[in-house]
Ligand binder design. Sequence first.
Ligand SMILES: NC(=O)c1ccc[n+]([C@@H]2O[C@H](COP(=O)([O-])OP(=O)(O)OC[C@H]3O[C@@H](n4cnc5c(N)ncnc54)[C@H](OP(=O)(O)O)[C@@H]3O)[C@@H](O)[C@H]2O)c1
Length: 282
Amino acid sequence: MPWRASSKTCLITGANSGIGKVMALEIAKKDANVVMVCRSREKGEAARNDIIRESSNESVELMLADLSSMKQVRKLAEEFKQKHDKLHILINNAALWPTKRIMTSEGLETQFAINHLSHFLLTNLLLDIIKSSSPARIINTSSGLHKRAKIDFDNLQAEKSYKHMRVYGQTKLENVLFTKELARRLEGTGVTVNSFTPGMTSTNLGRYMSGGAKWFMRHMARSPEKGASTGVYLATSPEVEGVTGKYFGDRKEMKYNKIGDDVGIAKRLWNVSEEFSGLRES
Ligand SMILES: NC(=O)c1ccc[n+]([C@@H]2O[C@H](COP(=O)([O-])OP(=O)(O)OC[C@H]3O[C@@H](n4cnc5c(N)ncnc54)[C@H](OP(=O)(O)O)[C@@H]3O)[C@@H](O)[C@H]2O)c1
C-alpha cells in the first residue's frame, strides 16, 4: 500500500504558530490524527480550534510542554505513550531564536535546549512506539542557515560567547547531524528520518529581532503556507517512501553543509546530547 496520511497519528511540536501550525492544518486536512505540542494552553487551544474548523477534522489533540525543560519533555513522552499506542509521523519543529543568552532553570542555553536537545530527547523516548508503528517518518525542521555553521564542542552552551545568529545556525546544523546519525541507527527498521529548510518565512521566529531584520522577516519572506510545504510533503507524500537521511528544500533533495557527512562529529554530538538531555540516565 502506498503511504497515505489518512488515519495515521502525527505529533508535531510548535504547532500553534507559523510553519508548525500550517503543517498541522495541512496534515489534518489529510485525515490524520494530529497531536499538537504547544507550551501555552491559550495559544494551543486557539490554534487547535482554527485547525479543526479549517480542516473539518475533529481528531486534533493538544498536549502541553515547555520544550526548554527536559523534565517536561519526559513527561510529554510518557503522557503521549499513555494515550496512544501508535506514532507514524513525528515532526520536530519548535524553535526559539532569542538575541540574548538565556539559561533555563535546568542550566541549559535556551536555543540549544529547545532547538536541538528537546527534539533529540523526545525522539529517543518515543522511538519504541515509532518503530512499532513502522513504516513511520521523522521530520526535523532545520534551516538554510545551518550551511554556514560549525559545531563548537567547547562552546555548545555559548558560555564563551553568545552570537545569536551563530548559535541559531549551530542548532540547525545539530538538526541535520541528528537526522544523519538517527538515519544510520534506524537502518532496516522502516522508520525514515529527514530534515528540511522552509526557506525564509514570515512567522513569529523573528520576535526578538529589531530593525531591518525584523521588518524583512515580516514583510519580505515567503508565506507560512509556502514555508510549510516541504514539511507537509515529507510527512504525507508517497514519493519519499524509503528516503532517509536527506535534507530537503522546496520539496526537493538539497545540498547541505559537508559537516553533515562527518560521522565522527555526528556521533560525538549524539554522545554529548545524551548527557546534556539526560537521556543517558534513562
Ligand atoms: N521562519 C523562518 O524564516 C524559518 C527559516 C528556516 C527555518 N525555520 C524553522 O522553522 C521552525 C518553525 O519556526 P517558525 O518560523 O514557524 O517560528 P514561530 O512562528 O515562532 O513558531 C515556533 C513555534 O515553536 C514554539 N516554541 C518556541 N519555544 C518553545 C518551547 N520552549 N516549548 C514549546 N514550544 C516552543 C512556539 O511556541 P510559542 O508561540 O508559544 O512561542 C511556536 O509554536 C523552526 O524550527 C525554525 O527554526 C524557520
